[in-house]
Design a protein around this ligand. Structure first.
Ligand code: GLN
Length: 494
């Protein structure tokens, strides 16, 4: 029998529903793969083998009874450790949550279970989703399956590496400034950030609540679209969830797979080409992909988005401000770690000792930046100003989408970099999200699709669409995939 870990989610689901293979066999094959390679990759913080096998057996029992199975029933999924899973450890990559077992499932996880997917475990990430390399995980970094000495992107590097290493066919990530798309780009996988409010934040440990968006990671565009459809949709428990039907992303991906983009207008943002741009190898792969899309009938139009150049500074005021407020709840009283509670210390001292020991340096930097930006006397100059820039960026997007169907760019300026090469200068790390952050500030969807290699390392192509027009980007993404194919990393065996 062929190796079950190499199959797409679509093929796995079909084989299970046809009775060629059981969900339990599929799950065991992936658990074996994790046991064989995760020592090298370290994509997982927690593997829930018992829970996964039980979920797979439940799918097999339903099939035996003749029940209708959904499109992803029996397909294994890995979940970023920032989404709560009932009774299964959830750390957000932080020491401060070590040992915490949430009493409830996040909405996204609940929907995965309802769809009959099999949750394999929780994936590694930068602490509280702050970072672009997983080097800020309190539990050690994840290694990129393409080159174990390089970063897998971040913050959701574990989810991207897990699918690139064939440990899971699907994974869930979250994207606040690029944390699904940039890891997708540097691991040669597909990463999709839905419209903000299109997927529920209930049970997502908050970093920046006005930006945080759960989304799918997969090895093909169609697999990502199927996962998108299962996890998305209105949720009354999230006040910013959009009460509208999920855009028809699966249908759009299938349409794109026919390879016809006649009449589709792709917008190239003039300002992305100036200033601190992309590496030459990244640009070369991007331009080859553009040429391939033109052959499929797409038209390329230059559009101006003059405020995109201020997106990074605005993001680094808004996101830390919201983080400083959200992370105030980690006080040593309610969850996880508590330090210095010897009966002689005041509440404030215990909180201070707990936060000092429990948070890593990048999280502390963000809390301090955010507290400063929100403090009286500075609020208008920093946070208030950043919010105005956010409005201008939204206007840029709205104007651009009057001229074109989608915007395109490289996903990230550089390919996977070696460990340690960007940790000493925070700004160098922040640049990883230069092209992804505008979309988050606007709230629209964005997807990264592999478009080729630079020096043997994957390059990602980003497609951005108007809010609640996620289907448009899936169509273009699937068309691109039909033209350039998927990428296969070197073998991890031996
Ligand atoms: N790399 C960005 C940051 O560090 C984005 C993170 C994310 O999307 N969660 O904030």
């Amino acid at each position: 029998m062929s190796d079950l870990t190499r199959l797409t989610a679509v093929d796995i689901a079909k084989r299970i529903s046809d009775g060629d293979v059981s969900a339990e066999e599929v799950t065991r094959a992936h658990l074996d793969r994790i046991a064989a390679v995760d020592g090298k990759v370290h994509a997982f913080l927690h593997v829930d083998a018992d829970g996964a096998i039980a979920a797979a057996q439940a799918v097999d029992a339903r099939r035996a009874r003749g029940d209708e199975l959904g499109p992803l029933a029996g397909v294994p999924v890995a979940v970023k450790d920032v989404l709560t899973t009932k009774n299964v450890p959830t750390t957000a990559g932080s020491k401060i949550l070590e040992g915490w077992r949430p009493p409830y499932d996040s909405t996204v996880v609940e929907r995965l279970r309802d769809a009959g997917t099999v949750i394999l475990g929780k994936t590694n990430m930068d602490e509280f989703a702050m970072g672009s390399s997983t080097e800020y995980s309190a539990y050690g970094p994840t290694n990129n399956p393409w080159d174990l000495g390089r970063i897998p992107g971040g913050s959701g590097g574990g989810s991207a590496a897990a699918i690139a290493a064939y440990e899971a066919p699907l994974a869930i990530g979250t994207d606040t400034g690029g944390s699904i798309r940039q890891p997708g780009a540097v691991t040669g996988t597909v990463g999709s950030k839905p419209t903000y409010g299109g997927t529920s934040r209930y049970g997502l440990i908050a970093f920046s609540s006005s930006l945080d968006t759960p989304g799918p990671c997969a090895r093909t565009v169609l697999d990502a679209a199927l996962l998108h459809e299962v996890m998305a949709g209105h949720d009354w428990r999230d006040s910013t969830s959009i009460p509208q039907p999920v855009p028809p992303v699966v249908e759009a991906a299938k349409r794109g797979m026919t390879g016809d983009l006649t009449g589709v207008k792709l917008g190239l943002v003039t300002e992305f080409g100036t200033g601190e741009g992309a590496e030459p190898g990244v640009l070369a792969a991007f331009n080859d992909a553009l040429a391939a899309l033109t052959k499929l009938g797409a038209e390329i139009v230059e559009v101006s988005a003059p405020h995109f150049q201020y997106a990074l500074p605005a993001y680094y005021l808004i996101a830390p401000s919201e983080c400083s407020s959200n992370l105030a709840r980690f006080d040593g009283v309610r969850y996880g770690l508590r330090v210095g509670d010897d009966g002689n210390r005041s509440l404030e001292e215990v909180m201070s000792l707990t936060r000092e020991a429990g948070f890593g340096p990048e999280v502390k930097r963000r809390i301090m930046l955010g507290t400063y930006a929100l403090s009286s006397g500075y609020y208008d100059a920093y946070y208030g100003q950043a919010q105005k820039v956010r409005t201008l960026i939204t206007q840029d997007f709205n104007q651009a989408f009057e001229q074109v169907d989608v915007l395109v760019s490289p996903t990230t300026p550089f390919v996977a970099f070696p460990f340690g090469s960007r940790t000493s200068d925070p700004y160098q790390m922040y640049l990883a999200d230069l092209f992804t952050i505008p979309t988050n500030l606007y709230g629209g969807p964005g997807i990264s699709v592999p478009c080729g290699l630079s020096d043997g390392l994957p390059v990602g192509f980003q497609i951005m669409a108007p809010t609640m027009a996620d289907d448009r980007m899936y169509r273009v993404a699937a068309a691109l995939e039909s033209a350039v194919g998927t990428l296969t990393p070197p073998s991890l065996e031996g």
